[in-house]
Design a binder for this molecule. Structure first.
Ligand code: PGA
Length: 253
């Protein structure tokens, strides 16, 4: 089996001003100096991307946008294209976060268009999926996950291949920002389901290589238990990524 390098990603959401953003990334780059074997990524708000990129320097921290539009350019007031995100210094982009899906009514079809546009522009997408509490309680978790995978990755399904640099993030909606984490067993069960789906839809080699992150109330004290599971390859961290000490605590899982 392929060794998958863990990825710890901080999704800052609509938090941190310019000074706080550069200060945080400066602390993280100092903190990871003697660390290897883990990829670290931050996703600041659009307006702070460029400054954070400068502050990252050559520390190796990866930079992501939290969203983007699927069109290349045009009359789309308030939107940002893949190329713009690249020019701001990003290598990655988070797509289909549950807050985008629920608050901004993004559908799997829209997410698929974004994933395709990001990929064609040369960005590496981090595609988020996850069920709500009601869906879990009604026994619909796997059905929801399968439908989100099928819908959000349609471009690659039609193409017949999924690039190994695509990252998936399983984020049960009921665990995001609630302090209620999925148990490592609950998370592993879904991660394995996702990996098997990749194997069936694409091939074993791809399913061995794709990193699947867990997200939802990841903290320094639960990170290592989650990360000990065979199909959990990293974390997408919200709240605990906003402070250097808690984010470093997770990175050093
Ligand atoms: P949380 O957010 O860590 O604050 O629960 C995770 C996310 O939304 O990516």
């Amino acid at each position: 089996m392929t060794e998958r390098k863990p990825l710890i990603a901080g999704n800052w959401k609509m938090n941190l001003n310019l000074d706080q953003s550069t200060a945080l990334v400066t602390s993280i780059s100092a903190g990871i100096k003697d660390l290897s074997g883990v990829d670290v990524l931050v996703a600041p708000p659009y307006t702070n991307l460029f400054a954070v990129r400068q502050a990252i320097g050559n520390s190796g921290i990866l930079l992501a946008a939290q969203n983007m539009h699927w069109e290349k350019e045009g009359a789309f007031t308030g939107e940002v294209s893949a190329q713009m995100v690249i020019e701001a210094g990003c290598s990655h982009v988070i797509l289909g976060h549950s807050e985008r899906r629920s608050l901004f009514k993004e559908t799997d079809e829209m997410i698929d268009s974004k994933v395709m546009a990001a990929f064609l522009a040369g960005l590496k997408p981090i595609v988020c999926i996850g069920e709500t509490l009601a869906e879990r309680e009604n026994g619909k978790t796997f059905e929801v996950i399968r439908n989100q995978l099928k819908g959000s990755l349609k471009y690659f399904i039609d193409k017949g291949s999924l690039p190994a640099h695509i990252t998936l993030a399983y984020e049960p909606v009921w665990a995001i920002g609630t302090g209620r984490t999925a148990t490592p067993e609950q998370a592993q069960e879904v991660h394995l389901f996702i990996r098997n789906w990749i194997k069936e839809t694409f091939d074993k080699n791809t399913s061995d290589q794709i990193r699947i992150l867990y997200g939802g109330s990841v903290k320094p004290d639960n990170a290592s238990d989650l990360m000990s599971k065979p199909d959990i390859d990293g974390a997408l961290v919200g709240g605990a990524s906003l402070k250097a000490d808690s984010f470093m605590g997770i990175i050093r899982f």
